[in-house]
Each structure stands twice: as structure tokens, then as C-alpha cells.
Design a protein around this ligand. Structure first.
Ligand code: GLA
Length: 378
């Protein structure tokens, strides 16, 4: 990928710039908890967006996307927003840095990536973090701290892409560290690195390659449900709500909002339980909690879909230790904790049975927990 980017940069702009990269992410457990002030447990992976960038001494930005084979040009004022959705991520990053008093000047850039799109691996956070990190380095002497870089990506989603996401994806992409998951408390923003190298098990993603484009922005609707319940219970976020308080208010809450909140309250506990189990080396418990998350995401939070429920069932039948839908939902992949001796059988069965039912094989990605945002060349 690096060579291709360098070749295209030369072709489009001549000479060379500086290479930066940032990563997609997995999340072991803690889904839809970030915007509820709860815990998440993500890590960056070895699939990245990489960009070569060079200031151009103008007030214009020129970007070429190798994967889409498309060029965008924009100025750095609010009126200059590009039409292409992919370029709005980069425009948003520039604007959010400027809004915070940082500096962005014109630049030329070429980028490419291997984070599968729509798989729930946060290709958009990888793109945002790559550019946020790069523009901090090129124009701000790295004075913007890493949490702010993550927030710049999150605000880009909110203000330029219409997704009211939490902080998990951008956090993971910016802070990712090889071999480590990170438990982040999304209320205090304190986090810990957790070395993750389970002996005798593999983490593997099974990508359904299905993306259900649902109308009415269902992700934002889930968030609104949670906020309504928090307000009703008199707490800032559901992080501070208990199952007892939720049950006591049940008659005042719609059945749908009740189920959403119930999931979140249960899920925040599961993250802590998974950490305890990992500390004991108890992967069976980790796996059971992953299945419980899947069940909650499917039945209570209702962000799964037929294909992902099917993959979850296949995992269960193949004796996979833990399996669940990962990320925002409505398509994408399952994350699976598989004992080494069950791995080959599971992968073969998942491919065969999914193909029989849906007419195409799922894609398989072995998880390699890797570094997040970084400069690739000096
Ligand atoms: C998406 C969002 C995250 C998070 C997850 C669900 O990936 O971008 O902030 O809410 O969904 O856990």
C-alpha cells in the first residue's frame, strides 16, 4: 500500500510528502455503552488508512483517494464543504481543528486503506484519526493532545456526517497499542492498556459483507432512547442508572426504550466482568459474556440482523467459546473467540453454511492487535 501511495503522490503532485497511518478497531465487549458514559474494551487492528501529505503553501486542499479513484478539492472555510461523502471526513477534521483554535493550511494528499468498509471496523474513524494526527504533526507541532484528536474525529461524525457516535472508535484508532486492548471509562475518560494474548485461543472476525442501510438513522435513534430514559431516571447518562431504578420507572417508559436501557445497564457490567475473567485467564466466562452481549444486541437493542444471528448460531453449534455482533450493528461482522482446535472446523462451516443460505461466503479476518495513529516516515 505504501509504495502505491508514494507512486500516486508523485503522479498527482510530484515529489513526496510525509506518510501517516491510523487503524481500524475491534471491540471485545462494551457495545453502545460509550455514549452512555459506560465502559468499552477496544483495540486497534492491523488494517489501516494510510495517507501521504504535504503542505502546498496555498489555502486549498487537494486529495486523491486511490480506492475510490476520485479527487476532491476544497478550501478551509465552512462554505467550501466538498460534495463527496468521503472527502467530508477530511474537510470535517480540518474544520474541527480550526474551530478549536488550531492551524490548518492548504495541503496535497493521497490516501488508501485496507480497512473493510461497512464491516463495523470503523474505517471512518481510521480516516479521521489518520488526518487528525497528520495535521497535528504538520501544522500544530503536536500540541493537540491525543484525546482532543479523538474528539476532533467524533465531532466530524456529528457535524459533517450525521452520525451521533460515541468516542470509542476514534479513541481506539488514536490510542491503539500493539498487543493491547484498552478498557476505557467513557465518563471519566480514564483508560488502561490490557495486554491481550490468549493462549490457546484466536480472535477472528467473520464478515457477513451485509450492510443494511436503514432509513431514519437507527443509530441516532438508539442514542435518543437512552437519553430519554436517563432523563426520566434523573441521571446524566445510563452509566448511573440501575436495573432497579429502571424497573421502578417501567410504567412511564415505552417498552422499546425500556429494552434499550436494560441492554445498556447489563452491558456496562459485562465489560467489568470480562476484565475480571481475563485477569483470571478464564476465557470460558469471557465467551459466555460475549454470547450474552449478542443476545442483548439482537433481542433488546435490536441492532442485529438475520445474517449475523445466523453466524452467531453457527458459532454456537461449532463450539466457539464466544461470539457476538461487533460495532454499531445493522450488518458487518461477528467477533469470535475460538479455541485453536475448533478454529479450522468453525471457519469451514461458517463459509459453507453462510454460502448455502445467502449465496456468498463471509470474509474472514484474523485479528492482529496493532498500533493506532502514527507517522510512518520521518
Ligand atoms: C459505532 C460508534 C461507536 C459505538 C459503537 C457501538 O461504532 O461509532 O461510538 O457507539 O457503534 O458500540
Amino acid at each position: 500500500m505504501k509504495e502505491k501511495i508514494q507512486e500516486e503522490f508523485k503522479k498527482h503532485f510530484g515529489g513526496e510528502g510525509t506518510l501517516y497511518a491510523s487503524a481500524g478497531r475491534i471491540n471485545l465487549i462494551g457495545e453502545h455503552t460509550d455514549y452512555n458514559g459506560g465502559y468499552v474494551f477496544p483495540g486497534a487492528i492491523d488494517k489501516v488508512i494510510m495517507a501521504e501529505i504535504r503542505p502546498n503553501d496555498t489555502d486549498k486542499v487537494h486529495v486523491y483517494s486511490i480506492d475510490i479513484d476520485d479527487t476532491a478539492e476544497f478550501g478551509l472555510n465552512e462554505e467550501d464543504a466538498p460534495k463527496q461523502q468521503w472527502a467530508r471526513y477530511i474537510f470535517g477534521i480540518c474544520r474541527e481543528i480550526i474551530k478549536r483554535g488550531g492551524t490548518v493550511k492548504g495541503f496535497d494528499a493521497v490516501f488508501a486503506g485496507n480497512v473493510p468498509l461497512g464491516a463495523g471496523l470503523s474505517s471512518s474513524a481510521a480516516l479521521e484519526s489518520c488526518f487528525a494526527f497528520a495535521l497535528n504533526d504538520l501544522f500544530n507541532g503536536n500540541t493537540i493532545d491525543k484525546f482532543e484528536l479523538a474528539r476532533i474525529g467524533q465531532s466530524t461524525e456529528h457535524n459533517y456526517c450525521g452520525v451521533n457516535c460515541g468516542i470509542m472508535d476514534q479513541f481506539a484508532s488514536v490510542f491503539g497499542k500493539k498487543g493491547n486492548l484498552m478498557r476505557l471509562d467513557c465518563r471519566s475518560m480514564e483508560f488502561e492498556y490490557f495486554p491481550f494474548n490468549p493462549q490457546g485461543y484466536k480472535l477472528v472476525l467473520v464478515d457477513s459483507v451485509v450492510k443494511h442501510e436503514l432509513v431514519d438513522s437507527p443509530y441516532n435513534k438508539r442514542r435518543q432512547s437512552c437519553e430519554r430514559v436517563a432523563k426520566r431516571l434523573g441521571v446524566e447518562t445510563l452509566r448511573d442508572a440501575t436495573k432497579e431504578a429502571l424497573d421502578a420507572a417501567k410504567s412511564d417508559i415505552s417498552a422499546e426504550d425500556y429494552s434499550r436501557a436494560k441492554f445498556v445497564i447489563e452491558e456496562k457490567e459485562r465489560v467489568l466482568d470480562v476484565c475480571d475473567a481475563l485477569n483470571r485467564g478464564d476465557y470460558e466466562t469471557v465467551g459466555q459474556l460475549m454470547y450474552a452481549t449478542h443476545n442483548g444486541l439482537s433481542k433488546d437493542y435490536e441492532v442485529s440482523c438475520e445474517e449475523l444471528d445466523f453466524l452467531n448460531d453457527v458459532a454456537k453449534e461449532c463450539g466457539v467459546t464466544g461470539s457476538r455482533i461487533m460495532g454499531g450493528g445493522f450488518g458487518g461482522c461477528t467477533i469470535n473467540l475460538v479455541a485453536d482446535d475448533k478454529y479450522d472446523h468453525f471457519i469451514a462451516e461458517a463459509k459453507k453454511r453462510f454460502n448455502e443460505k445467502y449465496g456468498h461466503e463471509p470474509k474472514i479476518y484474523d485479528v492482529v492487535i496493532s498500533d493506532g495513529a502514527r507517522k510512518v516516515t520521518e
